[in-house]
Each structure stands twice: as C-alpha cells, then as structure tokens.
Design a binder for this molecule. Sequence first.
Ligand SMILES: C[S@@+](CC[C@H](N)C(=O)[O-])C[C@H]1O[C@@H](n2cnc3c(N)ncnc32)[C@H](O)[C@@H]1O
Length: 277
Amino acid sequence: MDSDTAVQLLKAQQQVWDHSFAYVKTMAVQFAIELDIPSVVQSHGKPITIGELAAALKIAPARAPFLGRLMRMLAHLGYFVENFKDGDDETAASYSPTEMCGFLVNDNPFNTVSWLLLANDPVLVDPWRSLSAWIRQPTTGGAAHNGKKLYEVCGEDPRVGKLLGEGTGRDSWLFSKALVAKCGSHFQGLKSIVDVGGNTGTTSKAVAEAFPEIHCTVFDLAQVVSALEPTQPNLSYVAGDMFQKIPPADAVFLKVSFSESYHTQSSHFREDCEMLN
Ligand SMILES: C[S@@+](CC[C@H](N)C(=O)[O-])C[C@H]1O[C@@H](n2cnc3c(N)ncnc32)[C@H](O)[C@@H]1O
C-alpha cells in the first residue's frame, strides 16, 4: 500500500472510530445530568474551576481529575466554554455554561433532561441490539422492547410514560412559543383543530390561548388523556386511537406523533385526513 492510500484510509478509519464510540458523547451528557453538573455550573455565576466543581458536587480530590476529563469532553461537545488564563495548564481551566447547557438544567421549562434519559433508556436502546434478528423475521411488526412497543410500555410503566410526557411537553413548551409567534397566519380562518397524539396538550394550550376563536381538541390514547381536565374553555381532551378514527376538525395538527405503526396501520388515518380537506 502506498503512503497516500494509507493516509486516506486512516482518515476513513477515524470516522469509523468516531461512530464506534459515538455512545460516549451521549453517556457523558447523561453522566453530567446525574451529577447535576449543568445546574451547578449555571448557578455559580462565574466560571467554575474543577476544584470548585468537585467541592460543590462532594467529589473526593482523588476523583477530581476524572471530573476534569468529563468537563473537557462536555466543553468539546458545546455544553461549556473552557477558559484558560495565560500560563495555565489544562488542569487549571474554568468552565462557563453555554446556551446548550441550559437544556440540561432541570429548572428550565424547556429542558431536554427527560428526553435524553429516555433516549438512553433500555426501552429505546434494547430494540437496536436485536435489530439484525428482528429484520430476518417474516412478520411486519416494528422492533420492540421485550416484545412491546414504546406506547405499550408507557401504559404499563409510569416511569417511562413520565419520561416521554415530560420530554415531549418541554419540547412543546419551546416549540409553541415560536409556533404562535411566527406561524399565526397558518391558523387564520380556522374554527377548530385536532392535535393528534397531542399528549397532555402543551402545544394545544398555547394555541388555544393565542387564538381564542379556535377550539383545540387534544387527541391521544386513553392512558394519556382520560384523567385530564381542560384548563381553557376552547380546549378539550378526547381519548382514542389515531389509526381507528380521529375527531373531526378544520385542521389536523401533528407534532412528533408517528410511530412505526404509521407504515402499517395508517389507511384510516389518511382517509380521515382526506375527508377533512
Ligand atoms: C412523541 S409523543 C408527541 C406528543 C406531542 N405531539 C408533542 O410533540 O409534544 C407521541 C404521542 O402520540 C401518542 N400516540 C401514540 N400512538 C397513538 C395512537 N395510536 N393514537 C393516538 N395517540 C397516539 C402518544 O401517547 C404520545 O402522546
């Protein structure tokens, strides 16, 4: 092999290594959340050193160098800015939060903590481990955790249902700020919308508040909406299965609501949507 080819192959190998260890990035973020690092750095009010961070987290000095490595990685990923003073070696760096760090702070209404914990949970990770066996099966069902789909697990395990509800709800909190501010023209002339797979209705509540002339129906599985009471006069909750029948409305609103079932069970859904048009 000539040297140019070797150099080129090494570049490709670097990418493959990057993919092989991609989980390290996600696990580093989860590790930071579990230790509460983002909240501590954000509330510190000025750049925090590793010594100060270790003291705040009650981590023994013997372990502080590992905390330093984690912080370097998180800075590399964009969650913190690493500050050096002239002449500092890398162990004397201090860290300030970035905008991304705010998404890992539990007190922020738009945080993505639950989303990240769900993404790393065996419920979502395990089906990937058996994907090669699954694809050889002759059946059409999607890959599943212990034979169950995510929404079935949510119905049975409140911990998973809570992670999904909180994760999507907080995403919807931020999303709906932009939606009502920037997309108002899309709602003009509508008297009703149905938010299909609307979960607890974070987006619909924002739409109902911004456009009082529109009635918003949050449509989701019974396990999600049957115990919920509307908080606004132009909001209601309806339980059901989107692949059986969706309530009539002037427009259908969908946000992160499709699962693998869409490919196999969606004919009713498309028919219902076509009837609305
Ligand atoms: C990923 S969440 C998205 C929630 C919300 N649209 C949002 O973006 O915040 C998907 C939602 O679809 C609901 N869902 C799943 N299958 C459904 C079905 N067959 N009929 C109605 N809702 C369903 C789930 O319960 C869940 O609340």
